[in-house]
Design a protein around this ligand. Structure first.
Ligand SMILES: Cc1cc2nc3c(=O)[nH]c(=O)nc-3n(C[C@H](O)[C@H](O)[C@H](O)COP(=O)(O)OP(=O)(O)OC[C@H]3O[C@@H](n4cnc5c(N)ncnc54)[C@H](O)[C@@H]3O)c2cc1C
Length: 499
């Protein structure tokens, strides 16, 4: 039977950071559902927030985070996040990440404190983290030096293994297999990322379907704050490989205008801050305006050379779609972007189930409250990924003192669950139906009766395939949470007036 000390499920910024810091404590195995880099982290464009300048103060970053989250966040957790940020940046520098000298200013931040490497910061960071955890034993395409870490690609974690009130690993499905096998672990760390794929329009790649949330719910854990889904106002309005390419907020910060179908600027009618209003206000304004026709992002009035210099990767990507960022009107749409809630954890990533930890977007650490402050998500993965290792190190020392190190019994009797896998066409059809219901009824603007309808429609989808059932669980929990919050807060916007 496969076994390890620390089973890290997910290879985004949160999972890789946790794995890197755990490597001196024991054997670490990282599983990822598809290939490495198929993660939200890889697509992050903006950067990482950290107080590192003379003018800035921790308390300002804490207050900005609380205020962005509609005062729903947990001040202690936020302090932990903010105070851990300088160390997180130093850690990335120590593995080779090179940040620009000047930090950027982003919406909701009272100081310039967003550190970036380029307009594709996520790719740079993830590439370095992958290198840092590379291992010669993995059989994955990279050779390397780090003992103790193995990385397994194309492994889908499906359910958690529990015994005697403790999590003892996960049932996994390898490659195209239709059967599960157990992977035992002393400690299991869920780092499966977000859930954008349950919505028809999302910036998230295919792996972000909320699997970790369903797995946690299936072993009886409560999920928290799931109603708070952040919708990003500006993605390229073109479906490609399951997602919509994001057009970062920094474009608007740089002077990009949002125009309606008549090519008129309209955001200032919704908020005096216009293009620089908070994300959720801009999202709703564009959403309403798009009921009358398409919306666009326009940068043609800016110096082309400066635009290209500042956004080389976005420029290149748009070229791939036949669009010139410096000349063309770029068609945009709001998209589901980030899950503020998830599996409740303490500052060391512990869930309520002994042996199970959670980190990153799948977790609800209390730092985002009802809406996330820009550039705090990558930071969360870094700070809490490190804290998980600290907590487990302390636990290991305590256990050794008391001679109580957790042991895995290889001969443990485990009943392996049977899974149903329906034809891919059917799975895609169900997934599409779910995402349409969620987009229409549980999206940017929610109506109480729409939520009730969505609950019924989601439940009635007769899927037998575990991949769809997992999504149904996540949607069900989210809709229930939304119904239980009858007034708007943060990015949960509820109105009876929507047509
Ligand atoms: C387009 C875009 C731009 C963004 N820009 C920024 C930004 O500038 N700054 C910022 O702070 N945040 C940004 N965010 C948010 C941020 O990127 C994410 O919140 C963060 O990267 C999440 O990291 P994670 O490690 O928790 O999850 P991910 O990076 O999504 O990693 C999840 C991992 O889990 C794996 N996985 C999922 N399910 C399973 C399973 N069942 N079995 C095995 N493996 C599984 C996936 O394959 C993946 O490897 C952006 C997000 C997007 C989508």
């Amino acid at each position: 039977m496969k076994q390890t000390d620390y089973l890290v499920i997910g290879a985004g910024i949160a999972g890789l950071t946790a794995a890197y810091h755990l490597k001196d404590l024991g054997k670490v195995t990282i599983l990822t559902k598809g290939k490495l880099k198929q993660a939200n982290s890889y697509w992050a464009q903006g950067g990482i927030a950290a107080v590192l300048t003379k003018e800035d103060r921790f308390v300002k970053h804490i207050d900005d985070t609380l205020s962005a989250g509609a005062e729903h966040g947990d001040r202690d957790a936020i302090r932990h996040l903010v105070e851990g940020a300088p160390k997180a940046i130093r850690f990335l520098e120590s593995i080779g990440v090179k940040f620009k000298k000047e930090p950027g200013l982003e919406g909701g931040h009272s100081e310039a404190r967003v550190w970036r490497t380029s307009d594709f910061t996520g790719q740079d960071v993830l590439n370095h983290l992958i290198k840092a955890v590379q291992s010669p034993k993995t059989g994955t395409p990279f050779g390397g030096k780090v003992k103790n870490i193995e990385v397994l690609e194309d492994v889908d974690a499906v359910e958690l293994i529990t015994e005697g009130g403790r999590c003892k690993g996960a049932f996994i499905r390898v490659g195209d297999s239709h059967e599960l096998e157990p992977f035992l672990a002393k400690h299991t760390i869920l780092a499966t990322g977000g859930l954008g794929q349950i919505f028809e329009k999302t910036s998230n790649p295919r792996a972000a379907g909320g699997d970790g949330l369903a797995m946690a719910a299936n072993v009886g854990l409560e999920l928290e704050d799931l109603e708070f889904v952040q919708f990003h106002p500006t993605a390229l309005n073109k479906y490609d490989e399951g997602r919509y390419f994001l057009l970062s907020e920094t474009l608007r910060g740089f002077g990009a205008k949002v125009l309606n179908s008549k090519k008129e600027s309209f955001l200032s009618q919704f908020d005096p801050r216009g293009e620089l209003a908070p994300r959720d206000i801009v999202t709703r304004a564009i959403f309403f305006e798009m009921m009358n026709g398409p919306a666009y992002l326009d940068m043609h009035h800016l110096f082309a050379k400066e635009v290209k210099n500042r956004f080389p990767n976005i420029t290149k990507r748009l070229k791939h779609y036949g669009l010139d960022l410096t000349k063309d009107l770029i068609p945009i749409t709001p998209v589901a972007h980030f899950s503020c809630g998830g599996i409740p954890v303490d500052q060391y990533g512990n869930t309520k189930l002994p042996g199970l930890l959670a980190v990153g977007e799948v977790a609800c650490s209390g730092v985002h409250g009802a809406n996330r402050l820009a550039s705090n998500a990558l930071l969360e993965g870094l700070v809490f990924g490190d804290a998980i290792a600290k907590g487990l190190e302390r636990k290991k020392e305590e256990d050794e003192d008391e001679d109580e190190d957790i042991q895995l019994d290889e001969k443990m009797e485990i009943e392996i669950p049977k899974i149903v896998m329906e034809p891919m066409e059917q799975v895609r059809a169900y997934a599409k139906r779910i995402s349409q219901i969620m987009w229409e009824r549980v999206g940017i603007i929610r109506r109480p009766d729409g939520l009730e309808k969505a609950l019924k429609e989601i439940t009635e989808i007769p899927a037998r395939d575990y991949r769809i059932q997992h999504r149904q669980i996540v949607c069900y929990k989210m809709i229930q949470a939304a119904i239980q919050r009858p007034s708007s807060l943060g990015c949960h916007y509820i109105s009876s007036e929507m047509p």
